[in-house]
Design a binder for this molecule. Sequence first.
Ligand code: GDP
Ligand code: MN
Length: 384
Amino acid sequence: MDLFEYQGKQLFAKYDIPVSTGEVARTADEAVAAADRVGYPVVVKAQVQVGGRGKAGGIKLAANPDECRTHASNILGMDIKGHTVEIVWIERASDIKSEYYASFTLDRAAKLHLGMLSAEGGVDIEQVAAETPDAISRIHVDPVDGLDEAKCREWVVAANLDAEAVDGAVDLLLKLWRCYVDADADLAEVNPLILKPDGGVHALDAKVTLDDNSVFRHPEYSEYQATQVRDEREEAAHEKGLQYVGLDGYVGIIANGAGLAMGTVDIVSQVGGKPANFLDIGGGASAEVMTGALEVIDNDPAVRSIFINIFGGITKGEEVANGIVEALARIEIEAPIVIRLDGTNAEEGRAILEPHLSDSLQMQPTMLEAARQVVELAQARGGE
Ligand code: GDP
Ligand code: MN
């Protein structure tokens, strides 16, 4: 689960990582009251789980209550890349001498933790990685050995920060490492990490992702779960007991089995399309489950066509076919559907579907052909 910046900073503070003091506010009045306690100048920061808030106008300095009220009023309710701002974080403004980038994350391919540090901070790190990869100092950390001070210092020195920032950065990064490990984080990112004119090194932003599987040993994380931003499509799907993950494309996907669903997402991408979701309907394929799955997918306004990819195993082809036919009799689906049905009793299943085929319900013998057709149909209907 992803934390808001303020939650990340509150977590950092528990590990003694220097952050600015601040308070959460949900209205302009609350913002001004918070700023009075925090002390001017303050920064009014939009709390949304998306980067680039600064560029979007979601981060403003305020020198007095009037400015604070104006900025808080403008930022609350603002839409930043599809996320509505409901909370602002009011913190004491910092003076900045230099902005750096620092993070710990998992390098799954290397099976190690990865630390990244750069003197080019405050900007998009993906851009730095693409344009000047040498500007990022990387360190792999073995989970068993951990990160000691000597290794951390070597890493910091290689990053070419200002000389006066080195000691503070080593200290902060060792604390960030402790936080990353003890809190069971998958990501702890500080962008920017700043050097202040007084020589202090400080976390000015916080992006933290916690491992949901670790909640059992952190009961206090239930508080974070309560503030998770949920995808409406995922909410609807999970209520129906479906394994659904929302994606940002236009081809709706229904498959039985997580492996086949992933394979379907891949093949749709491979033939040039963009999947709108991952959906695994599991073992059975009753009319109830199929109806629910089709409803969830057809309610997604981005969906232009639907790919039903079923491989019969214990669930026989005719059961799947009957489930689809019955589901389509119950609900009106706007997007054209392409079916691929294979596996146990596929012939029987296809024979059941045959009389129902039309322009809006087509069938293909293979996964590849079905993927091509479903993408073509989507693109003809404006999918992009
Ligand atoms: P992001 O744009 O969503 O990554 O938000 P950040 O919290 O990283 O802030 C973006 C930028 O706003 C930073 O890189 C700083 O340049 C600026 N900024 C944020 N807080 C302060 C502050 O306390 N003082 C000053 N001078 N600038 C700030
Ligand atoms: Mn940032």
